[in-house]
Design a protein around this ligand. Structure first.
Ligand code: B12
Length: 211
């Protein structure tokens, strides 16, 4: 199973075949992170086709389903042996108004397999829900995802709400998602940004003072 073929299966929205294809690639000894990369490449192309109006909402939904099928197979394989980070609590969420959760879920799974304690609030999450969870869990890191240009401003809302609640100096705020970059992230009040979930884990380890 070529990695290019996996990219193609995502682009062609082969939701029924993707799980077997990922299994086959793993059985051949392909690296799980390389597989994840190929799948994400496919999602990028789906996004491009949507933008060009070659694909419509139905295709976006199917692409999401395809990615979820694939990730269900990859998830246990990505699990690392190192469980040293289990005292660090992290809240993850997709911001208010945004219903994209595939990237957030990948980040959550990688963090979980790195041994962090994860509290996943889901998607379309408002600032009050985040504040309550920080208070309840004593989490020291909040990781927010947003894929829509329209919703990036909600990062600032969370930053301000944490400040108003007297919690901003107790938590590190890291954000990710396609419309963001480090400069914008900082402008919106975040402490850090990472391009992808693998890098996100590295950044979070550094924010938590590990490594
Ligand atoms: C699948 C998809 C959907 C699915 C989502 C299913 C789901 N459960 O998530 C559905 C069909 C619901 C959907 C809906 C819409 N979508 Co949509 N969608 C996509 C698509 C094709 C893929 C997103 C995805 O899952 N990518 C794969 C994952 C793995 O990548 P990722 O999310 O970027 O995450 C990675 C990194 O960004 C990073 N990361 C992500 N979060 C975080 C957080 C932290 C802390 C860190 C460190 C890292 C990190 O790590 C991840 C893994 O490496 C994108 C196109 C694209 N290429 O992004 C459009 C896209 C995001 N959608 C778009 C649009 C416009 C919409 C709709 C408004 C369409 C409509 N007219 O209704 C709605 C919005 C609904 C809403 N309120 O949210 C636009 C956004 C344009 C913009 N800039 O605002 C895009 C870019 C398509 C396009 N090119 O036009 N969508």
């Amino acid at each position: 199973m070529d990695l290019e073929k996996l990219t193609e299966l995502v682009i062609e929205l082969e939701v029924d075949d993707i799980a077997d294809a990922v299994k086959e690639a793993l059985n051949e000894g392909k690296d799980a992170f390389d597989i994840l990369n190929s799948l994400t490449k496919g999602m990028d192309e789906v996004g491009r086709r949507y933008e060009e109006k070659e694909y419509y909402l139905t295709e976006l939904v199917l692409a999401g389903e395809t990615m979820k099928e694939a990730f269900a197979i990859l998830k246990p394989v990505l699990a690392a042996a190192d469980k040293a980070e289990d005292n660090v609590k992290i809240i993850i969420a997709t911001v208010k108004g945004d219903n994209h959760d595939i990237g957030k879920n990948i980040l959550g799974s990688l963090l979980l397999s790195s041994g962090f304690e994860i509290h996943d609030l889901g998607m379309d999450v408002d600032e009050n829900t985040i504040i309550e969870k920080v208070k309840e869990t004593g989490a020291t890191i909040v990781a927010l995802s947003t894929l829509l240009t329209m919703t990036v401003e909600h990062i600032r809302v969370v930053h301000e709400a944490l400040k108003a609640a007297g919690l901003r100096n107790k938590v590190k705020l890291i954000v990710g998602g396609a419309p963001l970059n480090m400069e914008l992230a900082k402008k919106l009040g975040a402490d850090d940004f990472a391009d992808d979930a693998v890098d996100g884990v590295k950044h979070i380890k550094s924010l938590a003072g590990i490594e």
